[in-house]
Design a protein around this ligand. Structure first.
Ligand SMILES: [Cu+2]
Length: 156
């Protein structure tokens, strides 16, 4: 192969790589811009001023405890355009044991483990009112499939 041919081949290869990289960057940008929530962050403790929801995983249900001390089971309601912190743990049910669960809210880019004896905190800001599917994605026993529901993002 002549020097020139080799140089051209290298150039085409590099242009190809550049096209692939810029294409993925553009696709990623479009995806992030379309998200109905901010990019979530994991925290040791909830940031000051955030709307803190305590999340309890049991075999086999999710329960939620809100700042005003009300609770819900199987569905979560949070205000839009607010920093929301989910403090997630796992506790024993009436006749079941405390095992590891994993909360996935795909449209919010959230996946966080529920571990007995630990509080795992994720903070995000939902920006679009609507219903968002969530489920447990760690196989946690016989009725694992029942651990799913909707997060309702409501206007303030
Ligand atoms: Cu589970």
């Amino acid at each position: 192969m002549s020097d020139k041919k080799g140089r051209n081949l290298e150039l085409y290869f590099m242009i190809g790589v550049l096209v692939v990289l810029l294409g993925s960057a553009a696709a990623n940008y479009v995806e992030i811009a379309a998200n109905p929530g901010s990019i979530p962050t994991e925290n040791a403790i909830p940031p000051a001023g955030s709307y803190v929801v305590r999340v309890f995983a049991t075999q086999w249900a999710w329960s939620f405890e809100y700042p005003n001390n009300t609770t819900s089971v199987g569905s979560l309601t949070v205000p839009v355009d607010t920093n929301v912190s989910l403090v997630v743990t796992s506790i024993a049910g009436a006749q079941q044991s405390a095992v590891i669960h994993d909360l996935l809210i795909p449209q919010m880019d959230i996946q966080i483990y529920a571990v007995p004896g630990q509080n795992n905190t994720v903070t995000f800001e939902p920006t679009v009112v609507g219903s968002y599917y969530f489920e447990c994605v760690e196989y946690c026993g016989e009725y694992h499939y029942e651990m799913r529901g909707y997060m309702e993002v409501v206007s303030r």
